[in-house]
Design a protein around this ligand. Sequence first.
Ligand code: FE
Ligand code: FE
Ligand code: ZN
Length: 277
Amino acid sequence: MFKIGCHLSIANGFLKAGKNIVALGGNTFQYFSRNPQGGQARPWDQGDFDGFMEYASVVGIEGLLCHAPYTLNACSANPQTREFARMVFKSDIIMLEHFPNALYNFHPGSHTGQGVEEGIRQIVEILNEVIYPEMKTTILLETMAGKGSEIGRSFEEIAEIIRRVDYKEKLGVCLDTCHVYSAGYDIVNHLDEVLEEFDAIIGLERLKAIHLNDSKMPFASNKDRHEKIGQGTIGLEAILRIINHPRLKDLPFYLETPNEDEGYQKEIELLKKCRKY
Ligand code: FE
Ligand code: FE
Ligand code: ZN
């Protein structure tokens, strides 16, 4: 089954978002755990959640992806920012444990001048504090474009974080097509080789989700600017090879393209039409 969806707001609850994704033609979606710029999570609404789970099982919605706020930076030089990251991780995980098998995606962080080694050490320290053996949620490290002091620009950096986390069975990776292309992985001309490299360094079994985006920026620019599907430097053909690749086709794909509902609906329709399986 083609698992396809887009980023949606849960400001009006999970059930509304579920109905929205069905109207857009999708069967999964990504949402922010709270305002992307930080702040309070919306209070837990058990009735809304129960209603959503019932609806999801009837219409076949599967595998939601929760995205941590952009303000979560586990390796900031500012200790208060790291404390906020700890708090957000802990409280978001409590929320996500309501789901049978939630996915929680976060940006590894920006070391803000401390250096990659110290940044990785701080990320690992926080992950080791917040992950516990009974946790059902899988935490995904997102591949990043490498702007500024971003960590996660290479498969090696992601692999190093995973290697140093105690309960590594709780970790996975979310591959963002716009980000990896900007980071210098040529998924347009050498998709097979990039996936082989991912497999050799991280292991493809860790790959749990794809952020499916085109890019406004050239290859290896280290810039993070998403574009609509088929309108950027990655292009439609390469994107179709990605959704139809035998080693990727069973993963959930989430659009984070600059769109309102109507644009998402069109992209989902196009991708479904061009899906081979
Ligand atoms: Fe992201
Ligand atoms: Fe992304
Ligand atoms: Zn991005």
